[in-house]
Design a protein around this ligand. Structure first.
Ligand code: SF4
Ligand code: SF4
Length: 395
């Protein structure tokens, strides 16, 4: 099964990571999006994967190496140079990259010459006049070195934004610890999602291919459970793709209250906005066109209990009241006994409210901005997100 849902959104049933099936589907995507007309021999083609922290492919945290193999094969068949890159959380240096590449299963393929691994850890500043949460952003140099950019996200749930896909994957073009700075500067999820859209606009991928063969449900993006969606989704419009997946995850129009779709849709009306979407889509987007074979893949998908109070509270309350209500209503990180005190969360906590005592992490919740970077980056799945009783009752 394969079909276009809009002029720019192509979905293919992909049951598994079998080499031949992936090669066939990636070839089809390249043909549909006329990639051969856009890439010249010798071009450097960036494959922007989701590396996050580097985990075994069976955990469905990173873009599956079999997908990368197939994409790289197609790029090479056009005479171009595939280069895999991302900036995972934490320090952005050669040692960290080497470890993350190896854990994610990319090193062996690179050593066989199927593609190159990026080790350039320099950065540069890029300007976005129409940016809504800044006009200049620090980005990884691997981005500007590319002649053509293929965004390769993994479909996963996310404790802060509900879902991480095409737009959120592009936050990885911000170098390592600078990501924590941006989180710190944008503690409100609405602002953070607008920042994600600014970065996504600067990254401007030429093509996005989402690995949703096996994605993640539950406590994503790193501690959830693998879930077989058996899909690949390809697009030239990352915003449209993320709206579709957000809809599929919720299964109804309540997706409009989630922070990322809300941010995307609120940009439609902005004079410096990104897209020419019509306002009617706010109500009708995808309502009629989504086929049953697609919605069935998302049946009873387990979603994280994200902070749906945030949009309401951030908009309506003054800061002092907001801080008070936060304690009573908002989800908070809980450090469980799985913690071994490795200190990764402490290093990456944007407001630096985590300390390690007797090999156990703890957070001073008064200063916690609920970014859940600690949960995202803990390699031992020791951080859970807990909603206070009042929050559970009212939201
Ligand atoms: S919570 Fe996780 S990342 Fe933080 S110290 Fe414990 S094991 Fe390490
Ligand atoms: S404790 Fe966790 S959720 Fe709170 S600010 Fe630090 S990293 Fe973010």
């Amino acid at each position: 099964m394969q079909q276009y849902l809009t002029d720019n959104l192509y979905i293919l049933e992909t049951e598994n990571y079998g080499e031949q099936l992936l090669a066939k589907n990636i070839k089809k995507i390249f043909a549909e999006f006329k990639v051969s007309e856009k890439i010249s021999a010798g071009d450097r083609v960036l494959m922007k994967v989701n590396l996050l922290m580097g985990k075994d492919p069976s955990r469905a945290v990173s873009t599956h190496p079999a997908v990368i193999r197939a994409v790289a094969g197609e790029i090479k068949s056009l005479g171009a140079r595939p280069v895999l890159a991302d900036s995972p959380g934490g320090p952005f240096n050669r040692t960290a990259l080497k470890l993350a590449y190896s854990k994610s299963g990319y090193t062996a393929d690179a050593e066989q010459g199927l593609y190159e691994l990026n080790y350039n850890t320099e950065s540069f500043y890029d300007k976005l006049e129409a940016g809504q949460r800044g006009k200049s952003f620090e980005l990884c140099s691997y981005l500007k070195d590319a002649d053509f950019i293929i965004n390769l996200p993994k479909l996963k749930t996310h404790g802060l934004t509900l879902y991480t896909g095409a737009v959120k994957n592009l936050f990885g073009v911000v170098p390592g610890t600078v990501k924590a700075e941006y989180h710190f500067k944008m503690p409100k999820v609405r602002d953070f999602c607008q920042l994600l859209l600014d970065i996504a606009e600067l990254a401007a991928p030429d093509l996005t291919i989402m690995d949703a063969v096996t994605g993640m449900e539950g406590d994503g993006p790193s501690s959830g459970s693998p879930r077989d969606f058996e899909l690949m989704l390809a697009t030239g419009d990352i915003f449209e793709l993320d709206l579709l997946v957000s809809w599929l995850l919720r299964g109804d129009l309540s997706y409009l209250k989630d922070p990322l779709p809300e941010a995307i849709i609120s940009r439609f009306n902005h004079p410096g906005g990104l897209s020419a979407y019509e306002q009617y889509r706010k109500e009708n987007f995808f309502k009629e066109e989504i086929p049953d074979w697609l919605t069935e893949r998302f049946k009873e998908v387990s979603l994280p209990d994200i902070d749906r109070t945030a949009n309401l509270l951030d908009k309506k309350l003054p800061d002092f009241l907001n801080r008070f209500v936060t304690r009573l209503l908002r989800p908070r990180p809980i450090f469980t006994l799985k913690c071994i005190g490795c200190g990764i969360c402490e290093e990456n906590c944007p407001p630096q409210v985590i300390t390690i005592e007797q090999r156990q992490a703890r957070a001073e919740l008064k200063g916690c901005i609920r970014c859940f970077c600690c949960q995202e980056l803990c390699p031992h799945e020791a951080v859970e997100i807990e909603k206070p009783l009042l929050g559970r009752l009212f939201f």
